[in-house]
Structures are given as structure tokens and as C-alpha cells.
Design a protein around this ligand. Structure first.
Ligand code: SF4
Length: 218
């Protein structure tokens, strides 16, 4: 299959020498043995990075533990922050429509983000924030054990794959994450597709690749 292997940066690798404020752990914040319910509770009170100061709600993720694939986005926007759910609003509805086209209802997919709290003014999450949040996502992926991951958007793809390549360079092939390796398909963020609908055809190619990998849909 020509798989290119990548791993998520460890917190130690990606943390800067001097953070803006001391990193603090949530109570009982070792996720290594947590189940999904416990992990959610830990994330909801997490203060590991400065993003906790501006959040209304941490956005842990949604979906069944038996999901055939996991969608990973960048981080919550305003509506997600208000509702505590990933991918709501217009971009979320387009993502739902993409799943419907695959023959996969949204409620059968597990959806999470690289960072669980909203960056101010929807800026990209900083490397130290991504590194602080990485342990939550890593454990989430371990627990869901999807057959594949769909990374949506440049920020999600670059951070998940520890790559600085552009989205255009990362699309169109299958990467892998973790050990044992999980296949990763990269596609456009639905917010980008709303602005650039001419690229929906390429996104559909990505979804077909994901469907082949997971055996999902009709
Ligand atoms: S973004 Fe992640 S690490 Fe930072 S406070 Fe929120 S849950 Fe904790």
C-alpha cells in the first residue's frame, strides 16, 4: 500500500523551553489507564495549557467506541465551544453530508480534535498547546481503536503526522499513526470546502480511500 509512517510528537519533544505559564495537571491526570468516561472528566477540568482560560466548554469528542474510523480536526470554534461538541454549524453540516455520501451516519463516527479547548479568535493552536493536549488524544485513539483516521485540515494533519508539509502534499496517499500503525487519510477541512467548493471532488476521492481502508458504507 506504500504506507508512509509518522508518529505524534511527544509532549517532551514539542514543549518549548519556556512556556507562558507553568503547566499544571488536572487532578488525577494520568490518562494511561483511564476509560473514555474518565478521560472525558479529566479533560473537562484540564488546565494543562493556557487555552483552558478562555473556554466555555472543553470539547472532548463524540461517537461510539466501536466507530470504524475516527475524524480528527484542529480544535473547537465558537459554536463548538458553546455546545461542547465538535464540528457543529455550517462546517459540521457539510461534514455530515460527506458522511452521508459515504453511506455512514455521523453518529457511527468518532469525532475529536487536536486540542480540546478553543484557541482565541480561532487562531491555530500553538505547538506547546498541542503538546499539552497530545496525551488526551493519544489515549482517546487507543480506546476507540478505529480502523483508520481521517485528518481534516492542515493543522490536524500536520500535528497528527508531525509534518510541516502542506495539505496538498499530505493528501492523496495513506500515512500511518502510532504503533501498531493506524492508516491515516488527509483531506480538506469542511470550512475550507465551503469557501472552495471546486475542491469537493478531491475530498470525495479522499473519502473513497478511507472507505476502502475501513470497509465502511455501502
Ligand atoms: S487544550 Fe487540552 S491541554 Fe489545553 S487546557 Fe484544554 S484540554 Fe487541557
Amino acid at each position: 500500500m506504500g504506507v508512509t509512517r509518522w508518529v505524534l510528537k511527544s509532549a517532551q519533544q514539542a514543549l518549548p523551553e519556556e512556556a507562558e505559564e507553568p503547566v499544571r495537571d488536572a487532578p488525577d491526570a494520568d490518562p494511561a489507564h483511564a476509560d473514555l468516561d474518565t478521560l472525558r472528566q479529566m479533560v473537562e477540568v484540564c488546565t494543562r495549557c493556557p487555552l483552558h482560560r478562555g473556554r466555555r466548554r472543553a470539547v472532548f469528542g463524540t461517537g461510539p467506541r466501536t466507530a470504524p474510523f475516527m475524524v480528527i480536526g484542529e480544535g473547537p470554534g465558537a459554536q463548538e465551544d458553546a455546545r461542547g461538541e465538535p464540528f457543529v454549524g455550517r462546517a459540521g453540516r457539510l461534514l455530515d453530508a460527506m458522511f452521508v455520501a459515504m453511506g455512514v451516519p455521523r453518529d457511527s463516527v468518532y469525532i475529536a480534535n487536536i486540542v480540546k479547548c478553543r484557541p482565541p479568535n480561532n487562531r491555530d493552536p500553538r505547538p506547546d498547546e498541542v503538546a499539552s493536549c497530545a496525551g488526551w488524544l493519544r489515549r482517546q485513539i487507543e480506546l476507540v481503536r478505529p480502523r483508520a483516521i481521517l485528518a481534516v485540515g492542515r493543522v490536524a494533519a500536520q500535528n497528527l503526522l508531525s509534518s510541516s508539509l502542506s495539505l496538498g502534499r499530505l493528501r492523496g496517499r495513506v500515512h500511518s499513526y502510532g504503533s501498531p500503525p493506524l492508516p491515516v487519510v488527509v483531506t480538506y477541512h469542511p470550512a475550507y470546502l465551503l469557501r472552495s467548493p471546486h475542491d469537493k471532488g478531491k475530498a470525495w476521492q479522499d473519502l473513497k480511500r478511507l472507505r476502502e481502508l475501513t470497509g465502511s458504507g455501502p
